[in-house]
Design a protein around this ligand. Structure first.
Ligand code: DAH
Length: 343
């Protein structure tokens, strides 16, 4: 042990430090939990009682020498920082990180969800790869309906005979899945991606996003539908927004309507966004057709409901006056940065 103490004393004497980190490393090596000085203190427990006095003193002196040397090195460095540390200017401003921004479609989808969650709607999702039954059959589309045509629908596989696998063309398919398995009453919105075989242009794309809404309970009326949509329009486009409903046709709703909101740019006076009409079309809606309820095992004599469906791209275009749908898919940062400040 004597030699080891001498050796360490010598080692300590020779220590040199370039930077603070060196000193910390020495401290750990000597005095840390597994340090060489600490180790000697452990060995000390084993030595003969008559030697304890001598070695006790020597070990304490060694420990003090180590601590004193580290203090000395630290002081020296503080007075005269090493070249490397001196070069670093701590007052320099840091590098700027480019923060990512949320995509306008995500922003709009989140806003639609948050408005309807305030009205008590839960979010439901379904598969993008669906079968004919959930996209068309259960929604009362007759077998020869043109929407089922190859021209509109991307088919994945003809396996399944008259129930082929395809990419869903609308989120109304999630209605069917919800009606099949959720307990009544049902109050949901279904955001999701949909696919149609369309030529890409400023007004059409083969991939886009929709939000479907569905409310089924006893005694749900058309007035409830109108009120829900009016409240949504006011939250989305401003308190003074008005809506109007135009009769329309969808196989899965009866009666059906298309909804226009008063143009929030010209406040209904007429401008080039609303093509001089003062109104902008925002969604389709209607009372769920009794055939649709029945197809999913719900008794239309006891329950009624309404449904609506809107395009997220369309809502975002109206909100921010985006003129070309393709901007949403091209990931041009000059376009995406426009939404940096939208929270
Ligand atoms: N699924 C329709 C579409 O893709 C939108 C729609 C219209 C949904 C009326 C509905 C509805 O729920 O009632 O064009």
């Amino acid at each position: 042990m004597r030699e080891r103490i001498e050796e360490l004393l010598h080692e300590i004497e020779e220590l040199k430090a370039q930077k603070m980190q060196d000193i910390e490393e020495y401290r750990i090596k000597l005095l840390g939990k597994k340090g060489s000085v600490t180790k000697l203190f452990e060995d000390f427990r084993e030595i003969l009682p008559e030697q304890k006095r001598e070695f006790g003193q020597k070990l304490n002196a060694l420990k003090q020498a180590a601590a004193a040397k580290l203090d000395e090195l630290r002081e020296k460095l503080e007075e005269n920082p090493s070249q490397e540390e001196a070069k670093f200017d701590y007052t320099k401003p840091g590098d700027r990180f480019d923060l990512g921004t949320r995509h306008p479609i995500s922003i709009t989808r989140e806003e639609i969800i948050s408005i309807f969650s305030k009205f008590g709607y839960a979010v439901a999702e379904g598969p993008e790869i669906e079968d004919d039954w959930h996209v068309f059959g259960a929604l009362n589309f007759p077998p020869e309906h043109p929407a089922r045509d190859m021209q509109d629908t991307f088919f994945v596989s003809q396996a399944g005979g008259d129930n082929p696998i395809l990419l869903r063309t609308h989120t109304s398919s999630v209605q069917v899945r919800a009606m099949e398995k959720m307990p009544l009453p049902i109050r949901i919105i279904c955001p999701g991606r949909v696919f149609r075989n369309e030529a890409i242009s400023a007004r059409a794309h083969c991939i886009f996003h929709q939000v479907e809404g569905l409310y089924i309970d006893k005694n749900v009326s058309f007035a409830d539908l109108k009120q829900a949509i009016l409240l949504f329009a006011k939250e989305m486009f401003g308190e003074d927004s008005k809506i109007r409903l135009r009769p329309s046709y969808f196989p899965f709703t009866e009666p059906s309507a298309e909804v226009d909101v008063s143009c929030n740019i010209c406040k209904g006076k007429g401008c080039n966004i609303c093509k001089g009409t003062g109104w902008l079309e925002i969604m389709g809606c209607g009372m769920v057709d009794p055939n649709v309820l029945e197809a999913s095992g719900i008794d239309p004599k006891e329950y009624s409901g309404f449904a609506f469906g809107m395009g997220v791209e369309r809502i975002a275009m109206l909100k921010w006056q985006v003129k070309d749908l393709r901007h949403y898919f091209e990931n041009d940062v000059r376009f995406l940065r426009e939404f940096e400040t939208v929270v």
